[in-house]
Design a protein around this ligand. Structure first.
Ligand SMILES: [Zn+2]
Length: 84
């Protein structure tokens, strides 16, 4: 690949793409559960595995993951609708 000669136009296009991506992110109203892969309005940030990776799971999945899990750790709640 060669470097584009017109640098000014190139960087402006990149800026526009950044703005578009930002707008899309703002519109997301739900998040996908890392376990059942379903979309939910409320997810819980937990650790439930030996490697200690954080994951977002729904209320139903917490009930499956939490019992007798020595690795379980609660790290907060994510909600699509922020209350003011
Ligand atoms: Zn789930």
């Amino acid at each position: 690949m060669s470097v584009a000669p017109n640098f000014g136009r190139c960087s402006r296009l990149i800026e526009l793409k950044k703005v578009n991506r930002f707008m899309q992110v703002k519109r997301i109203r739900s998040k996908t559960c890392d376990r059942c892969k379903q979309e939910h309005d409320t997810l819980f940030r937990i650790r439930a595995t030996q490697n200690g990776d954080w994951m977002f799971v729904c209320k139903g999945c917490i009930k499956d993951v939490k019992p007798n899990n020595v690795h379980y750790q609660y790290g907060g709640t994510w909600k699509s609708k922020k209350r003011h």
